[in-house]
Write a protein that binds this ligand. Sequence first.
Ligand code: SF4
Ligand code: SF4
Length: 141
Amino acid sequence: MTVVMGRVGPQVRDCGECTLCCTAMAVPELDKANGIKCEHECGNCGIYAERPTSCASFECLWLQGVGPIAMRPDKTGAVLVSEIDKIKGEAVVMYMDPERPDPKQNNYLHGMILACLDSDVHIVVVDGTNDQTIYEGRTPR
Ligand code: SF4
Ligand code: SF4
């Protein structure tokens, strides 16, 4: 699966107190897996000036302006990323907070899953280091 880091629009938001991607997502340069809190996360980034490129270049969909402002990842429990899967095609990946691993417990995330099931977009839920659940959208017309 290849992560599409492209910006959806001009960045109009900032991370504020959110640091969820520092736990929910892997950082290859640090040999850190999905679902494991980064050793440098201390309410912000303890090595901000020297943080890895994958951290410095990352913008989740919320940061790019997708979704309601109140649905910041630390509020919902999921970092949302748009990815292209070679087999599945367009997908939204939910990298879950390991302390809140079930997206159906959050109305916003559950609603997104239901909407995608009625569209051509697939949802991949990454829960923990390796576990994935795939919700398949309709076959593209
Ligand atoms: S999950 Fe998104 S909003 Fe939260 S810290 Fe990471 S990039 Fe910023
Ligand atoms: S190095 Fe900094 S930005 Fe990167 S995951 Fe760790 S705390 Fe987050």
